[in-house]
Write a protein that binds this ligand. Structure first.
Ligand code: HEM
Length: 438
């Protein structure tokens, strides 16, 4: 059922690569070169860990031009998004609230995720074969899951629509396949502001009503929905393109260990974070050199997670049979000592439940390219397992279309990305906020 091997991508690939290279040059020009890449020749994988875990590498927003760009993409209210709050009492309160919301026993989050997945998948037309974009398929599932975790009630359809529209707008602009639409996002903020008193968990008391709404929007209806949808898109696309892996998952649906290995491998090969940045608050001495206070460290997840593995470019869940994640260069949820992901306990369990629910209903097949940024949102065929129809032609068509779209999408990303980088620099949301004495 899996796609045939990808052949050489010819002229489209050359054009796409040139456009990507041009985009990087223009971004660097408009945005300015900033930051120290890690790992690099100067800092190896061991130094990566040491630097990331250093107490002097905790700055999040103040002092980096790059932060203006992230604040622009994550607006409204990026100043209270947990990821971007600086250390202090406001951060502590936000982090505590997130921990409370996410402190769900594993069987409960598993059942909640399964139930929401079943509801959304049941809405699909009953056909022998349906083509979907996996990210679009996943978003309503996670909108329902996270609404229910926050509000402790099932998610009404209009709230689900608001959440999906918000999350989709954020991730589309982050990938520069579209511009940001603040009115779409503000509609969710208005809804959350009206519903603040219905949230059962104690929200940060140092926050105003607006800030409480923005905090919920940032952590649960943006980060959670986007990250879970992206993680599931990578997982399902990899399964769709690796026949033996899919066969084994279907043959042994109760084998948690194997499914966990597949999830680990998807998170290793396709880390959700490209680069996480930190601003140093003191000098750090590492690998015989000094990183000065006020430097911007750029932690490159893909480079780190590729180092230290044999044949890192291969998607090979079996590599985890004899490896323990904690003994390798594998940090899908960040570094415990430095603001790691608060969902690292619940995320893999709920991914397991949703993957099972999808595979129980459909065989998956896809012939598109699989890159870390998946700007195509994961085109995939969902096929009735009993069908006799050949997938050869639909997969060939999908591959041809993917190549064509790659070119137009790269050009779109070039134009829109350049505009947004310029607009973010012009607005200086982060710089102005801190200069205003906050
Ligand atoms: C498979 C899914 C996910 C992955 C792979 C993931 C990955 C990560 C990583 C690598 C970081 C650290 C980045 C850094 O060091 O700057 C992070 C931070 C964070 N994640 Fe996740 N995440 C996932 C899902 C979620 C979900 C479901 C939530 C729900 C609230 C969430 C909320 C956050 C928050 C709030 C932070 C910032 C933590 C802080 O600064 O205190 N993530 N995530």
């Amino acid at each position: 059922m899996a796609a045939p091997e990808r052949d050489s991508r010819g002229v489209e690939a050359v054009i796409t690569a040139k456009v990507v290279a041009l985009r990087e040059r223009i971004f660097a020009r408009v945005n300015g070169e900033e930051g120290i890449p890690v790992p690099s020749e100067r800092f190896d994988a061991a130094a990566f860990r040491e630097l990331y875990a250093s107490p002097a590498a905790h700055g999040r927003s103040e002092g980096a031009g790059l932060s203006d760009l992230f604040w622009y993409w994550l607006a409204p209210g990026p100043q209270v998004h947990q990821e971007h709050l600086e250390a202090g009492p406001r951060y502590d309160q936000a982090a505590r609230t997130s921990r409370h919301v996410l402190a769900v026993p594993k069987p409960q989050i598993e059942e909640l995720s399964r139930r929401c997945a079943a509801r959304v998948l049941d809405e699909l037309p009953r056909k022998e074969m349906t083509e979907v974009r996996l990210r679009d398929l996943m978003m309503p599932i996670w909108a329902e899951v996270y609404y229910e975790l926050v509000f402790q009630e099932s998610c009404p359809r209009h709230a689900r629509n608001l959440i999906v529209a918000n999350a989709d707008d954020v991730v589309t602009s982050l990938k520069a396949t579209g511009l940001r639409h603040m009115r779409t996002r503000d509609r969710l903020t208005d809804y959350l502001r009206r519903r603040i008193d219905d949230v059962p968990v104690e929200l940060p008391e140092l926050f105003t009503r607006d800030e409480k709404a923005w905090y919920l929007q940032g952590a649960f209806f943006n980060t959670a929905v986007v990250q879970m949808s992206e993680a599931m898109t990578h997982l399902l696309l990899a399964v769709a393109q690796h026949e033996k892996v899919q066969d084994r998952l279907v043959r042994e649906p109760a084998d948690d260990d194997y499914l966990d290995r597949v999830i680990n491998e998807a998170l290793r090969a396709f880390p959700l974070f490209g680069i996480a940045h930190r601003i140093t608050t003191e000098d750090i001495r590492v690998s015989g050199t000094t990183v000065h206070s006020g430097s911007v460290l750029l932690f490159n997840y893909a480079a780190y997670q590729n180092s230290g593995f044999e044949r890192p470019e291969q998607f090979d869940p079996d590599r985890w049979e004899h490896l323990s994640p904690k003994d390798t260069t594998f940090i899908p949820f960040g570094v415990t000592a430095n603001r790691a992901c608060p969902a690292r306990g619940v995320a893999p369990v709920s991914m397991r439940a949703v993957a099972r629910e999808v595979l129980r209903r459909f065989a998956l097949a896809s012939s598109v390219s699989h890159t870390r940024s998946i700007p195509h949102r994961g085109p995939c065929l969902l096929v009735d397992r009993k069908t006799e129809t050949s997938l050869r032609e639909p997969l060939a068509r999908m591959r041809r279309r993917d190549r064509r779209e790659d070119i137009t999408r790269s050009l779109t990303q070039l134009v829109l990305g350049t505009y947004m980088v310029w607009d973010a620099r012009r607005r200086r949301m982060c710089g102005n906020y801190f200069e205003g004495g906050a």
